[in-house]
Design a protein around this ligand. Structure first.
Ligand code: F6P
Length: 745
């Protein structure tokens, strides 16, 4: 539109100037014509009265004179008549001009003497009038008197006003027509062909059409179209060869690496874009209270640990809740930013939630409802109707935000976790061509437990909007199929492992999640060995057996049980006093929820109590570091740890155990792992514990410390092989492979 205006503005200026110029001339002519007309009219009226006035003057009959003057009172428009005697004295006047008598008329005498006529514009009160005076002569040529006709000139100006209005309306119509025609012409000759060329370009370079470009003309546009055609062709060829190369490379490599996954995704998904959705974002910008300036933080989250390397490998877009208090400062006008900031590999799109939405959807329904429902830790789930409504609203908000990003053809959307049970269905309703997978990062309970959820049907229906639902372990898949079978009108196919509802089939599979080569990534960015030395000095760890745990502060992680087991271990085996140190790295989490808030105080108190119980000189058994740790901060602790303890009461997988193992390149270290984690199925080299059994837990700590070095190495080697072979790249590839096989995308 701006372009059209620029083009049309000079034309409009010229048209307006010409119109105004001719308007002025036309009005001036019209004015002259009307005034001339008036003069003639006034003169002929005066002349038509000459005889009657002569008789009245000769007879000296005032009555006749008055009659003649008063007849003008009834005339339309403002007209009047004045009759003067031979001395110039008024003898009759139209009543509405009564005050005309008072007006000085020095010219009367001369008109009488010289028998002259006079026609001039005059002012009467507020009005402009035209006065015409005619001398009345006797037969002998003497002057008997005068007759004056007065006529209002206002109608002349009214007519001129109407003329101006007409000219202006014509001008406006002309301007609008010029604008409209210009707009239509430029649309026809420029916008539409360019739009059609763009459309064609998008489809041709992706290989979706083989037609020739749509521009038929030969001129400048035709030449441009030919150039565009060349570029589209080269792009198409380049894309094809990348995809072919990817296929070839794929067949050569054994271990799953970042580049193998990249090739694999290119080969399998081609140009289908990759979208990940999760509640937690991979990068948060928060204002550091001490330094009062924004800092970029990597949140403590299994989802982030797992998905970030995949996005780094494949690119695409990650849509997540922008929960950092400085997040808004770092996005563009579309709420997006490229990450990592120093080497942009994918796009993060932040979705904003207000306090009520975050409270209801995240803290309320997701974390006070679904989280305890799915974890068997004997914490009662709380379901509030208001939270559920907010949860639905936020799912819809995310669906809208994703849908506006989707390309026109077959996008691939990978939804994460229990925060978005309704998202699959919401997206599918508007984009049935999308391929949607949901990965459930936490356990799935049995049908009896799930059936206490008041919104069970809507949740299951929402999830079944997806094409594939993944869980960490087979047991969770079985629980899900049982749940769908019992609580929903659906057909469960136990051979294909799928649920069919209203003709839509959803496949259910287990994909044990994993980590990337944790050490390779962190090695680049820090100097871990220097850090190890520093930590050892700071906490006086030389010659000590160091046991490390890394957790979010969550009641499912078994932190209390761990402290109790350490206490029991020292109580039972006091010769380990001053020889063993337990370091707990603990990141506060979901602190607005009372259960979490109380847990923090409970752990603080317990650690304090147990440390005080065993305090000897500078030694205390537990070093409790309560703050957020980045992956780079955690890495040296893994390196120096002789043992790592993971004591979750229930955990979908637990990636800390896999991170620890993948850091131990020298095969040192040992893992004590809860039997209630998904990881315990894979990490068979770990020493398994039941964290509820404090006595057994304490004994397993001793058993691990005293385990012969060879056995430790063997176990570690076995676990490392498992983690390296089943790393996060393989996990992502397995999911994509499954989808491709199921959906034939
Ligand atoms: O791994 C389970 C999980 O709930 C993830 O979904 C989440 O990213 C992580 O724990 C941390 O929780 P939050 O994002 O609520 O801090």
């Amino acid at each position: 539109m701006k372009r059209v205006l620029l083009f049309v503005l000079p034309i409009l200026i010229i048209v307006t100037t010409v119109f105004t110029f001719f308007g002025i001339i036309q009005v001036a002519f019209e004015k002259e014509r009307l005034l001339d007309d008036l003069k003639r009219k006034t003169r002929s009226v005066a002349e038509s009265m000459e005889l009657s006035v002569k008789h009245a003057l000769l007879s000296g009959n005032r009555k006749d004179a008055n009659y003649l003057a008063e007849r003008f009172q009834a005339r339309e428009r403002f007209q009047g008549c004045v009759i003067y005697d031979a001395q110039g004295k008024v003898i009759a006047i139209t009543p509405r001009f009564e005050s005309w008598k008072e007006k000085e008329k020095p010219y009367l005498r001369s008109l009488i003497e010289h028998k002259l006529t006079r026609g001039e514009p005059e002012q009467f009160q507020e009005l402009s009038v035209y006065s015409y005076i005619l001398p009345i002569l006797n037969d002998d040529g003497t002057t008997l008197g005068l007759v004056e006709i007065i006529h209002d000139t206002a109608y002349v100006f009214t007519r001129l006003g109407a003329l101006w209005r007409g000219i202006s309306i014509t001008l406006i119509i002309l301007v609008v027509l010029i604008l409209l025609i210009t707009f239509l012409i430029q649309r026809h000759i420029f916008v539409t062909p360019v739009q059609r060329l763009t459309e064609w370009f998008l489809h041709f370079q992706k290989g979706e059409t083989n037609e020739k470009h749509p521009i038929k003309e030969k001129g400048v546009l035709g030449r441009l179209a030919n150039e565009v055609e060349q570029i589209a062709l080269s792009l198409r060829v380049a894309r094809r060869s990348i995809s072919d190369e990817a296929q070839v490379r794929l067949q050569k490599e054994d271990l799953w690496t970042e580049s193998k996954l990249r090739n694999f995704i290119h080969a399998k998904l081609g140009e289908n874009e990759f979208f990940v959705v999760s509640n937690r974002e991979p990068y948060m910008h928060v204002i550091d209270e001490e330094m009062a300036k924004p800092q970029c933080v990597r949140p403590a989250s299994g989802v982030v640990t797992a998905l970030h390397p995949i996005l780094c490998a494949c690119g695409g877009m990650w849509v997540a809740h922008g929960s950092g208090n400085a997040d808004k400062k770092f996005v563009n006008s579309k709420d997006k930013l490229g990450v990592p900031s120093d080497d942009i590999l994918y796009i993060l799109k932040r979705v904003w939630l207000n306090k009520e939405e975050e409270a209801g959807y995240y803290f309320g329904f997701a974390n006070e409802g679904l989280w305890p429902l799915c974890h068997i830790t004997h914490t009662r789930p709380i379901f509030r109707e208001t939270d559920w409504q907010m949860y639905k609203k936020v799912n819809q908000k995310f669906a809208d935000s994703i849908i506006e990003e989707l390309p026109t053809q077959s996008p691939f959307i990978f939804i994460q976790d229990y925060h978005f049970t309704l998202l699959g269905k919401m997206i599918k309703e508007r984009r049935p061509d999308a391929t949607i997978a949901l990965f459930w990062h936490i356990p799935w309970p049995n049908p009896e437990i799930f059936s206490i959820c008041p919104y069970q049907e809507e949740i299951l229906e929402g999830m079944l909007g997806c094409d594939l639902i993944g869980f960490h372990v087979q047991n969770h898949c079985n629980n899900f199929l049982d749940t769908a079978n019992r609580l929903l009108e659906s057909r469960v196919d136990t051979e294909k492992f799928s649920v069919v509802r209203f003709g839509k089939e959803t496949f259910v599979r287990s994909f044990p999640i994993s980590v990337n080569g944790y050490s390779t990534q962190t090695d680049r960015k820090s100097e871990p060995l220097r850090q190890v030395k520093k930590i050892k000095e700071e906490f006086d760890l030389q010659d000590k057996i160091v046991v490390v745990s890394v957790d979010r502060i969550d009641y499912t992680k078994g932190l209390i049980e761990r402290v109790l087991a350490i206490d029991r271990f020292i109580e039972k085996y006091p010769h380990y006093k001053k020889k063993v140190v337990f370091i707990q790295l603990a990141a506060p989490s979901r602190t607005h929820i009372k259960r979490y808030h109380d847990l923090i105080s409970e752990i603080d108190e317990l650690v304090e109590k147990k440390n005080w119980k065993y305090l000897e000189g500078s030694w205390k058994p537990i070093i409790y570091l309560k703050k957020h740790f980045s992956p780079e901060d955690i890495y040296p602790y893994y390196l120096l740890a002789d043992i790592c303890i993971v004591s979750s009461l229930h955990d979908g997988m637990n990636l800390v155990s896999k991170e620890y193992v993948s850091c131990k390149k020298d095969l040192s270290g040992a893992l004590i792992l809860s039997q209630f984690t998904g990881a315990s199925r894979e990490l068979t080299g770990a020493v398994l514990i039941n964290p509820y059994s404090i006595e057994e837990f304490a004994d397993k700590i001793r058993y691990t410390i005293e385990m012969p070095l060879d056995e430790k190495k063997k176990r570690m080697e076995n676990m490392r092989r498992q983690v390296l072979e089943h790393n996060i790249y393989r996990w992502a590839a397995d999911i994509v492979n499954e989808l491709v096989a199921l959906k034939k995308i």
